[in-house]
Design a protein around this ligand. Structure first.
Ligand SMILES: Cc1cc2nc3c(=O)[nH]c(=O)nc-3n(C[C@H](O)[C@H](O)[C@H](O)COP(=O)(O)O)c2cc1C
Length: 141
């Protein structure tokens, strides 16, 4: 039983490159054993993450992530049972913000900024899928 979950959150402290790398290293270390894949986007001070995998594995990981003091205001944006993964290629892919075309953000929102708190979950999911389709997601080195 596969599920896909998406949430948004706000970083509690300045998340610099090193802090982000530490999170991604943890994803690479833990997610394959749990059969979890997904994509993490960090822009401004906002995280947007998609998790895919077995229902109990995704649920357990989400519960752990929501308790992480590095972020707050965790909002569940989308949860669905799926027949196949859309983000199977990464233990945790990272959106390459330097390749993010502002026109893509504008396509889905009122301003060219990433603000999942002001758009529907369906819109954020559509944007994520387009990011993958346009090769704006990279793997963890
Ligand atoms: C925005 C964000 C996303 C995270 N994503 C993951 C993840 O996909 N997988 C993971 O194992 N930990 C993730 N973490 C870290 C977890 O909250 C937690 O610190 C970690 O899983 C603990 O791992 P451990 O039990 O091996 O020490 C994330 C943390 C944050 C702040």
């Amino acid at each position: 039983m596969l599920v896909r979950l998406m949430y948004a959150s706000r970083a509690t402290e300045a998340v610099n490159t090193e802090a982000l790398s530490a999170i991604l290293r943890k994803c690479t270390a833990n997610n394959p054993a749990a059969g979890v894949t997904g994509v993490l986007c960090f822009s401004g001070s906002i995280f947007l993450q998609v998790l895919e995998g077995g229902r109990s594995q995704v649920s357990a990981l989400y519960n752990k992530i929501t308790r992480d003091p590095r972020h707050r205001d965790v909002v569940l944006l989308n949860y669905e049972e799926i027949s196949e993964r859309s983000f199977a290629g990464w233990a945790m892919g990272q959106v390459n913000m330097s390749r993010l075309n502002p026109a893509l953000l504008l396509k889905y929102s009122e301003a060219a900024v990433l603000d999942p708190y002001s758009v529907s979950g369906a819109v954020s999911m559509a944007m994520f899928k387009e990011l993958v389709a346009t090769a704006s997601v990279m793997g963890q080195a």
